[in-house]
Design a protein around this ligand. Structure first.
Ligand code: ATP
Ligand code: MG
Length: 763
């Protein structure tokens, strides 16, 4: 980087003989960088340098004087990726990168363009961009104005429909009539139209509009299109496989000017089908842009040999793909590590131990990523990391305890514990909606202040009087009675059970169950995980205390933190050490994807697994647990089919007994190695586990939310104190204590151990 007072760089200087940025490229990459004119597609597997090609190409265009910084349009998907792209270009061209104004995400560039010509689509240049909450409020008004019941036809449902239409580039007049029938007996299009005109009145656009209105602008105003054609000499797009129809149409329009469109992507990494991405866009590139040059890159620079081969072997199981070969000059390296663990706790423990050992060798925490399929999986890791003081950050979302649904649930529990918790009261008195509006809450606050009592007390007094009228009064009375009842139940009920009761009876669970937004299912999973994790504490107080402390911990902002994120958020990134936990059937592949999209859903899940593995440079660790606890009940789960699909020769497998504690058992951490690979779960170790569990693992599993589980009928052990039992690992012993499904057994050889009942047989 240059300092501010250094003379301005002469971009052309950078292009003098054998520009250093070209020297490091392989011949195919160089070809892609240097083919500046006409449509170009770089279609290549993970880690082959697609993003590097794109950024170098941008620098090269500037360096050769083919275009000036403001004549290049460069788009990608996430803000993080855009920042990264800018950094990489900056490394080559220095400060001149600041003069590239059109480098950003689809949304940010869409907004920039729209502001310039807002009046042509019925807005003014200072229009507001609505957030999701505002958007939902507006949908609600629109639904009510139509005289519809917004409980039956929810704002979220309509929002997701409209979003889908916008992703497909459909303005109200273009939505096919059949499409709209799913909402309020055919009122969908009408509501969409009203919504758009309300937005116009408010001088506002939602996220989908940033693209849709752009498209409209360019389609309906040839002069504007021509202006942008003159403007953008070069168009560059990363992660092209994940563009939706609206983005595709928009790019196609813009690129028609000079025809200098360069897209890079990988059909094997298309993971946003659920949000309207069309992998076909990349597959038919050469048809859309006749004469397009297609460059393929086959050398992977990121991962060790085994990791790459394992990922390639896995993705080969997909049918709908072009197929490509990848090779690396980083021979050897580690095989993909696969660990079978006892449960989520053991999983988090194993991961944290590896992290500590990595750090003890002087390596950095931010070289490490833990990539999960679903956000609820993060909780066990966060808990463990917090306990050990391991620095970590959650990408693309709040940390578990900071999530809206978790905070809401905590507020309920706090109110049950203490009637004086005004903050909790305020937070949930009208969540879910009970007709207790802002005015009522304000009056309660006044009353509470003047009487010097809590909101709950003020409310209790007020419902006895005539100060509140109508349905608000009835539902406030009901709410207070509910809280009172839960408080009574708290005396006798287990606190995790109580949490379940409160969430169900308050209508909170139903609120998310009725919610049609894409996040709703994840929130329900998080709530289940919350109830589960409460079971680890003896009392509600102990749990809430833990939460309060966790929330309070000062975060050490060293920047050297382990990355905890979803697989989706990890696209395009790379890390020396990657953990991939939860590779169990129905967690990953997610049961929901399979239910909703069948074979296509499975292939998208497999691509996601491929994305995960190919993030790793040196070491990849795949984990699966034998048991997951759902609603406080142990359920057995089977390893993901993806585990079996990893070619055995590139994998090193071991099981970790976890629950017993290896040290304590004196059996070593990998006392019971087994290799379930390519064996249809038939390896000797697996068979033993099967036999010990006394049920066929191939039996059709029961479905419970996102976890397809082979469940036990009840959680009573059927084993009595004093009974003689046999355990696969510890041999014969006598039961000393029974606590639910956990047994303490005095083994004849191994001594006293705690085990799970389903792993012992009566002897
Ligand atoms: P993904 O599909 O995951 O987005 P990608 O194809 O975009 O991957 P890059 O991120 O551009 O790949 O590159 C992967 C890694 O390989 C980066 O660390 C990059 O710097 C490095 N790399 C790429 N090309 C070369 C090269 N010619 N010489 C050395 N390193 C390279
Ligand atoms: Mg990339």
């Amino acid at each position: 980087m240059m300092t501010a007072d250094a003379p301005a760089p002469k971009i052309s200087d950078l292009a003098r003989p054998a520009a250093p940025y070209l020297a490091g490229l392989n011949p195919e990459q160089r070809e892609a960088v240097e083919t500046l004119d006409g449509p170009l597609l770089v279609l290549a597997g993970a880690g082959t340098g697609k993003t590097r090609v794109l950024t170098t190409r941008l620098a090269h265009i500037l360096a050769t004087g083919k275009a000036r910084p403001w004549e290049i349009l460069a788009v990608t998907f996430t803000n993080k990726a855009a920042r990264e792209m800018k950094d990489r270009v900056g490394k080559i061209i220095g400060e001149a990168v600041e003069g590239v104004p059109w480098l950003g995400t689809f949304h940010s560039i869409g907004a920039q363009i729209l502001r310039r010509r807002a009046e042509l689509v019925g807005l003014t240049s200072n229009f507001t961009i609505l957030d999701t909450d505002d958007q939902l409020r507006l949908f609600k008004q629109v639904i009510q104005a139509e005289g519809l019941d917004d409980k039956r036809w929810t704002p979220r449902h309509l929002a997701s429909l409209v979003d889908g239409w916008k992703n497909r580039g459909l303005t109200p007049s273009k939505v096919p009539a059949d499409d709209a029938w799913s909402f309020a007996e055919g009122k969908g299009i009408k509501l969409y139209t009203t919504y758009q005109s309300r937005l116009a009145t408010l001088n506002a656009a939602d996220f989908g509009d940033l693209l849709l209105l752009n498209l409209k602008l360019l389609q309906e105003h040839p002069d504007v299109l021509a202006e942008f054609h003159r403007k953008f000499r070069y168009v560059l797009v990363d992660e092209y496989q994940d563009t939706n129809t609206a983005q595709y149409l928009w790019l196609r329009l813009l690129a028609r000017g000079t025809g200098n469109l360069c897209c890079v992507g990988d059909d094997d990494q298309s993971i946003y089908g659920w949000r309207g991405a069309e992998v076909d866009n990349i597959l038919r590139f050469d048809k859309d842009f006749p004469g397009a040059k297609v460059v393929r890159l086959e050398r992977n620079y990121r991962s060790g040999e085994h990791i790459l081969a394992a990922a390639s072997g896995l993705i080969a199981a997909n049918k709908g793909r072009l197929g490509k070969t990848l090779w690396t000059e980083t021979p050897g390296g580690e095989k993909v590590q696969v660990r079978g663990v006892w449960d989520a706790e053991a999983e988090a423990r194993l991961v944290s131990e590896e992290i500590e050992s990595w750090a003890s060798k002087g390596r950095r925490h931010d070289d490490i990523a833990v990539l999960v399929r679903a956000a609820w999986q993060m909780r066990a890791f966060e808990d463990r990391f917090i306990r050990l003081g391991l620095p970590y950050k959650v990408v693309g979302g709040p940390r578990f305890f900071e999530r809206q649904e978790i905070r809401d649930a905590h507020a309920y529990l706090r109110l049950v514990r203490s009637a004086d918790d005004d903050l909790a009261f305020e937070r949930i008195v009208n969540v879910p909606k009970r007709g207790i509006g802002d005015t009522t809450v304000q009056r309660l606050q006044q009353a509470a202040r003047s009487a010097g009592v809590s909101l709950a007390k003020a409310a209790a007094a007020m419902v006895q009087t005539d100060e509140l009228r109508g349905p608000g009064r009835t539902s406030l009375r009901q709410f207070l009675a509910d809280v009172e009842r839960w408080r009574d139940q708290a005396a006798t009920m287990r606190h995790d059970q109580l949490a379940e009761v409160v969430l169900d009876e308050s209508g909170y669970t139903d609120m998310w169950a009725a919610d049609k937004s894409p996040q709703a299912a994840g929130r329900l999973d998080n709530l289940k995980e919350l109830v589960r994790s409460m079971g680890e504490f003896d009392t509600l107080e102990a749990y809430l205390e833990h939460v309060a402390l966790v929330a309070d911990i000062d975060r050490v902002e060293t920047g050297d933190e382990v990355w905890l994120m979803t697989l989706h958020a990890a696209k395009g990134l790379e890390f020396p050490l990657v953990f991939l936990p939860g590779w169990e059937e129905s967690v990953f592949p997610s049961q929901r994807s399979l239910d909703e999209n069948g074979a296509a859903g499975l292939e998208e899940e497999r691509r996601l697994a491929y994305v995960g593995l190919t993030r790793a440079e040196e070491r990849a660790v795949v984990l699966f647990a034998a048991n997951r606890q759902i609603y406080g009940r142990w359920q057995s789960v089977i390893p993901s089919r993806f585990v079996d699909e990893l070619p055995a020769e590139h994998v090193e497998a071991a099981s970790d007994t976890g629950y017993y504690g290896a040290e304590e058992a004196g059996y070593g951490a990998v006392a019971e190695p087994f290799n379930p690979f390519n064996s249809g779960y038939d390896s000797p170790g697996w068979k033993r586990m099967k036999a010990a569990q006394g049920r066929a693992l191939s039996a059709p599993p029961l479905i419970d939310g996102d976890a397809k589980l082979i469940a036990k009928d009840d959680d009573s052990s059927g084993v009595a104190v004093g009974q003689r039992v046999f355990h696969i690992k510890f041999g014969y012993g006598r039961v000393a204590v029974v606590e639910g499904n956990k047994l303490t057994v005095d083994f004849e050889k191994a001594g006293r151990k705690k085990v799970i009942d389903s792993f012992v047989d009566p002897a």
